[in-house]
Design a protein around this ligand. Structure first.
Ligand SMILES: [Fe+2]
Ligand SMILES: [Fe+2]
Length: 372
């Protein structure tokens, strides 16, 4: 029997294992994964030479510990269906919930795989052993995560064609420092999202409508480690988090990542209802955890309890609904609706940026352990 992606030692092996499975030509799923809007996960490329030149000497001690732990591979073999994987009644699932859940799985699979392609490429292009070792380990994890979500989708007769995506999806260029901010945050917010759902379902197992949520605990530990690696990378150069311009960028990325998550989650009301989770509560809870963690390296946190925070996010979400209606409607009327919606969303975003931040003192050593 062929190897399963969960046992793969490298991203390449994991992708090959997924591709060796019986072909499922689901163009629709791959099309969804291919789409590039402000709200869908993108693929990134960067200046790999600049990243390859990073010297991790200033954080050597913590670095070696983190790499040793990632090499010990505590989650090898974990991302595989076993006896805990209850049968899923896809046909009996309420159609709206089914559609939203499939959309959630496809978008999660794309996001996981987006990390994989970026990390794999850095590994391939680099010659700095510290950097290539880290990126190879992270690519391995993300390929397993994407493979596992694809296993879940396959039961519904759907699969994202990972090989095709690598070739055909558009890549967005980000300079390395933006990759650090965006990826650091997406790893940490990923941790906070997975652990918040996991802890909630521990208390309310009656809402666990799919077995994949049982895997979220070990899963989020992988994301936590990836975030730790980016925290260390950010620590190698104090300018990245201390200069005035870069502090503005950090605020921008915090605001963009948080507000995108809010809007995206509100597009899936049935999914959250089935989980027994209020999306506003969930959003704020995830922002709170992510903010607390990000104090390890960012000199500020957003004021998510500010009186304008939630109302402005709601406005942004309403603007987004308007954009979606405009897109559906088409024609001149639809276009006007879309333009008006985009302007409203833009205003809301600028308004979020004007909320003063709470300054924070960064500790000398950034290292943290998952605590939620
Ligand atoms: Fe992941
Ligand atoms: Fe990750």
């Amino acid at each position: 029997m062929n190897m399963h992606s969960s046992d793969a030692a490298t991203a390449e092996e994991a992708i090959a294992a997924q591709e060796a499975l019986p072909p499922l030509t689901n163009e629709e799923a791959t099309q969804v994964a291919m789409s590039n809007t402000l709200l869908t996960p993108r693929f990134y490329t960067t200046d790999f030479d600049e990243m390859d030149a990073i010297d991790v000497t200033p954080v050597r001690e913590e670095w070696d510990k983190l790499i040793a732990r990632m090499k010990s591979d505590p989650n090898k073999g974990h991302f595989k269906k076993n006896e805990d994987w209850d049968t899923v009644d896809w046909d009996g699932m309420e159609p709206k919930l089914k559609a939203e859940f499939i959309d959630f799985l496809i978008s999660s699979c794309t996001a996981e795989f987006s990390g994989c392609v970026l990390y794999k490429e850095m590994k391939r292009r680099g010659s700095n052993e510290d950097i290539t070792t880290l990126f190879q380990l992270m690519a391995r994890d993300e390929a397993r995560h994407a493979g596992f979500i694809n296993d879940a989708l396959r039961e519904a007769g759907i699969a994202v064609n990972l090989g095709f995506l690598t070739q055909a999806k558009k890549y967005t260029y980000f300079r390395p420092k933006f990759i650090y901010y965006a990826t650091y945050l997406s790893e940490k917010i990923g941790y906070a999202r997975y652990i918040t759902i996991y802890r909630h379902l521990e208390k309310h197992p009656e809402h666990r409508f799919h077995p994949i949520f049982k895997w979220f605990c070990e899963w989020c530990n992988d994301e936590f480690s990836h975030g730790e690696a980016f925290a260390l990378l950010l620590k190698t150069d104090p300018k990245l988090t201390e200069s005035w311009v870069n502090r503005m960028w950090i605020k921008f990325f915090l605001t963009a990542v948080f507000s995108t998550m809010w809007v995206r989650d509100h597009q899936r009301p049935e999914f959250h209802k089935a989980l027994g989770v209020d999306p506003e509560w969930y959003g704020q809870e995830v922002f709170r955890k992510t903010s607390e963690i990000s104090r390890q390296v960012f000199p500020m946190v957003l004021d998510i309890d500010h009186p304008r925070w939630k109302p402005t996010l709601r406005r942004m979400e309403a603007a987004n609904v308007q954009i979606a209606h405009g897109r559906k409607q088409g024609g001149l009327g639809g276009w006007l609706k879309r333009m008006a919606g985009s302007a409203k969303a833009g205003f809301a975003f600028v308004s979020l940026l004007t909320i003063p931040v709470e300054k924070s003192t960064v500790p000398a050593s950034p290292r943290m352990e998952p605590a939620y």
